[in-house]
Write a protein that binds this ligand. Structure first.
Ligand code: ZN
Length: 384
């Protein structure tokens, strides 16, 4: 993981006193202002118990939590040519294992069982290579169940397109391309999603976190109003979005709203994303609790459609990563058990005026004991 200095990080200030940057519309709403100006009740979140709170009595609004799932097939790892992507989608998106499905459909079921929603970033450039049927299947699955489809692009698919989209230009990251090229690529992705039946698409995430400010300008020109490519562990490497100071809450950038994937510094000072395969249950619990008590306005969590699966070649059965399966369940239980503090939302449902944070809060930190526990847990997870 990349180390980025926090030396110039702005000192933490209560977010609930930072309404001034929200423009006249935000201040025109006395209800919002009153609610946002009240301090958070500093009580602990409840771990574990899969019970909904039957009453919502706190005088503050719950923090929106966006559960995002990146669903994708990569051209260089998926053996897609053998059957036009069928094996790849069964393994990497549906997560078919020797113990049943653990991919997108399973994940959405677990999320729904806890009264939560997901935003599914569907990789849409591969459709220009393998055809629209697979994407149609996914868009239908996501939308019929009440979740939101968002645009995800992996430019590694460009060399396989039957008709060149950006000449012979190639790259692993969106920022390898000019703003005009990026717009062409996004427009193609949006067209593919639309042909597959997707309704209004409001959010974009670059593959490999490979976004830059040009990406945000291209997104704006393509009609997208939210970007969620900001991935702090990759700053100054594949992610070329602003790194100084780091961004931890929603912020307007280049005409769109940038909503970072939530991240924290662990007990060794390393940047970790709030991602299923990167966080122990204890760390999720700690992060959510800190975000709540610090008055954060949004939390964005990440998993991939294949994160519950140990992936092998087609000749071998795929197996379940039980550690990650358990983490997803516990995370959903945690959110459901604290429904008065956290509300599951999609990007399309957000009141974008109400989530902006100025100044940015200081980063979340987790104690060393939790870092050591995660190492032990991950070691167990390799054999469990
Ligand atoms: Zn991706």
């Amino acid at each position: 993981m990349n180390e980025v200095s926090l030396a110039d990080q702005q000192a933490a200030k209560p977010l609930n006193k930072s309404l001034t940057a929200h423009g006249p519309e935000a201040c025109a709403s006395p209800v919002k202002k009153t609610i946002a100006n009240q301090p958070r009740a500093r009580e602990k979140i409840r771990p574990g118990a899969a019970q909904y709170s039957s009453k919502v009595s706190l005088p503050v609004e719950p923090v929106p939590v966006i559960l995002t799932i990146d669903a994708e097939v990569a051209p260089h790892t998926s053996d897609w040519k053998r059957d036009r992507g069928r094996f790849a989608i069964d393994r990497d998106i549906f997560g078919i294992t020797d113990r049943g499905e653990r991919g997108l459909r399973y994940q959405l079921e677990v999320i729904e069982q806890h009264g939560l929603k997901a935003v599914v970033f569907l990789e849409a450039l591969s459709t220009s290579v393998v055809g629209t049927d697979l994407l149609k299947e996914l868009v239908t699955l996501v939308q019929l169940r009440g979740h939101e489809v968002a645009l995800h692009i992996h430019t590694e698919w460009l060399p396989y397109l039957p008709r060149p989209l950006v000449g012979d230009r190639r790259g692993r990251y969106m920022h390898d391309f000019s703003e005009d090229d990026q717009r062409r690529i996004m427009d193609q992705g949006l067209e593919n999603l639309s042909r597959a039946g997707a309704e209004r698409v409001v959010a974009f995430r670059a593959g490999n976190a490979g976004a830059s400010l040009e990406t945000l300008r291209a997104a704006l020109r393509s009609g997208i109003r939210i970007d969620s490519s900001y991935f702090a562990p990759f700053l100054n490497r594949s992610c070329r979005l602003p790194s100084h100071p780091e961004i931890s809450q929603a912020i307007p950038l280049e005409g769109v709203i940038e909503i970072p994937i939530t991240w924290f510094r662990d007990g060794l000072g390393r940047i970790r994303p709030a991602q299923l395969c990167a966080c122990s249950v204890g760390e999720f619990e700690h992060l959510l609790g800190r975000a709540w008590t610090d008055g954060w306005r949004i939390i964005t969590l990440l998993l991939h459609s294949f994160e519950l699966v140990r992936r092998y070649s087609p000749e071998r059965p795929q197996t379940v990563v039980r550690l990650h399966e358990r983490r997803l369940l516990r995370l959903c239980q945690l959110l459901a058990a604290n429904a008065e503090k956290f509300v599951s939302k999609t990007f399309g449902e957000l009141d974008t005026e109400n989530i902006l944070a100025d100044p940015q809060p200081s980063c979340l930190r987790s104690p060393l004991g939790q870092t050591i526990w995660r190492y032990l847990e991950q070691a167990t997870g390799r054999v469990w």
